[in-house]
Design a protein around this ligand. Structure first.
Ligand SMILES: [Ca+2]
Length: 512
């Protein structure tokens, strides 16, 4: 670099010349240095950067063809401030595009970079930069170091980036896992919520039951239990009393009066005027037997042939049982005598025998569960022998119960009524069908369906030997065969009422 010769040939005073020449010289040197540096730096940095598209374009087409604005004479482009190069290749900073100088604008004070250079003695002369060659050498040295450092750093960086990649992958994996866990947790939470709601409902239901229903149920059960207990106690008392009642006839704890006769009327005539158990002997060829004599009702002298009062004896019996009689004739009432009648059937043989001694009358008495009493009296009452199937003949009705035996059920009409008349009928038991009901089915028998032995027609208006129903009223459902099988007298209480008491007594008929 050499100074232009024109500057030296001009004539000026020597001091002034020295001052001016020094200043001009310095200015030129500075400008030259700056320009060289700028050009070199630009090319150098471009090389280092690997090319800058915008920067390159700016240098070639920095001016719009339409608006060409040349710089004023003598004005130089201000030096470009460049940031230091990025430490690693690839990417990096973009160079700031050169600013077009403002037209006719105020001359801006020059600003010189102060890095990498030494300052001039006078500030307005700017920075004294190192020469391009020195700079290049320095930079080459530096670049070697930098390249080494970069070479050193690069594998580390690569491993770092590799590890960071794996860390990133790991982190994203962890994130996904975390998300999955969160979703799972959410699902679990929902499930737990559902379960807890259900559990709460169940708990409330159970608690309500425990608090309300169970105590009331227990109360009800307790009441039922108490009722059952009292019923059992009553039953036990009944059983024990029955056992007592059964024992007394067996041991014969009561004295049988010495007075005896063919039947109760004769005993009464002989002085036996108390109602109790006596021995009678209607026929001298037959052994005497025990019977209960009613010596008070309608002048007394009644031989009781049938008695119902508590259901203690089963009346659903065989032909032979009805033939010979069954049940308990009487029991000790506490006075040492058998003054309390039991439930019994005297027996068709005995009944037939007595009624065939002479004209006989019969008194049928009954009582409902409200202690109302009615009776039916037949002045003529005869039962044939076994050969004639103990056929019944009744006549001369008097009374309040209704003439069931002769007229049938008063609530029925025509044939239906006549088939309930008992007068003239043979005796039937469930094992001996002599009734007026002709049926091919052997199970269709009155004695089977209506519960006792009786002079059944087809089948009855009266059923004194029927089933004993406690309390009176009974229903179709309660009956064994759905028939009115109670202790029935239809002409008084119709079919579905069973008497509390029923008795049949006979005595010789007095025509006066
Ligand atoms: Ca029949």
């Amino acid at each position: 670099m050499s100074l232009p010769g024109g500057f030296i040939k001009r004539r000026v005073p020597p001091e002034r010349l020295s001052q001016l020449s020094m200043a001009k010289l310095l200015r030129v040197v500075v400008l030259l240095v700056l320009c060289t540096t700028a050009v070199w730096c630009a090319s150098d940095y471009d090389e280092e950067d690997g090319g800058d598209e915008t920067g390159g374009k700016n240098t070639e087409t920095s001016v719009d063809a339409r608006g060409h604005r040349p710089l004023p004479a003598g004005q130089k482009l201000p030096p470009t401030r460049r940031p230091p190069a990025p430490p690693v290749s690839g990417g990096g900073y973009r160079a700031r595009p050169t600013k077009a100088p403002a037209r006719g604008g105020k001359k801006e004070p020059l600003v010189f970079p102060d890095s990498g250079g030494c300052k001039h003695l006078q500030d307005e002369l700017g920075v004294l930069c190192p020469t391009g060659c020195e700079l290049r050498t320095n930079l080459l040295k530096q670049s070697r170091n930098v390249k080494n450092s970069v070479a050193n750093i690069r594998p580390k960086l690569e491993s770092l980036s590799h590890s960071s990649n794996s860390i990133f992958k790991y982190a994203s994996l962890l994130g996904e896992k975390f998300k999955e866990r969160q979703e799972l947790n959410k699902e679990n939470e929902n499930l737990i919520n559902e379960y807890s709601i259900e559990l709460e409902e169940q708990y409330t239901y159970i608690k309500e039951n425990v608090d309300n229903n169970i105590p009331s149920n227990i109360r009800i059960l307790r009441q039922v239990l108490e009722n059952l207990r009292s019923k059992i106690q009553k039953l036990e008392a009944t059983i024990s009393s029955q056992v007592e009642n059964c024992r007394s006839p067996c041991v014969t704890s009561c004295n049988i009066p010495v007075v005896s006769g063919k039947e109760c009327e004769e005993i009464y005539r002989k002085g036996g005027e108390t109602s109790e158990m006596y021995l009678i002997q209607p026929d001298a060829f037959f052994r005497p037997y025990k019977v209960y004599c009613d010596m008070t009702t309608q002048d007394g002298g009644w031989t009781v042939i049938q008695n119902r009062q508590d259901g203690s004896v089963n009346f659903g019996r065989t032909w032979d049982s009805y033939k010979n009689g069954f049940g308990n004739v009487a029991s000790n009432g506490g006075k040492g005598v058998c003054d309390t009648p039991g439930e019994y059937w005297l027996g068709n043989e005995r009944i037939s025998q007595i009624t065939n001694l002479g004209p006989t009358e019969a008194l049928i008495e009954m009582e409902d569960w409200d202690n109302n009493k009615v009776s039916a009296k037949y002045t003529g009452f005869t039962v044939q022998n076994e050969a004639n199937k103990y056929q019944l003949s009744v006549s001369g009705y008097q009374g309040t119960a209704g003439n069931a035996l002769m007229e049938g059920a008063s609530e029925l009409r025509g044939e239906n009524r006549t088939m309930t008349i008992h007068n003239g009928m043979f005796f039937s038991t469930y094992d001996r069908d002599n009734d007026g009901w002709l049926h091919a089915d052997p199970n269709k028998q009155c004695a089977k369906e209506d519960g006792g032995g009786w002079w059944y027609n087809r089948c009855h208006s009266a059923n004194p030997n029927g089933r004993y129903y406690w309390g009176g009223y009974y229903t179709y459902d309660m009956a064994k065969h759905g028939t009115d099988d109670g202790v029935v007298w239809m002409n008084w209480k119709k079919s579905w009422y069973s008497m509390k008491k029923m008795s049949i007594k006979i005595r010789p008929f007095f025509s006066n």
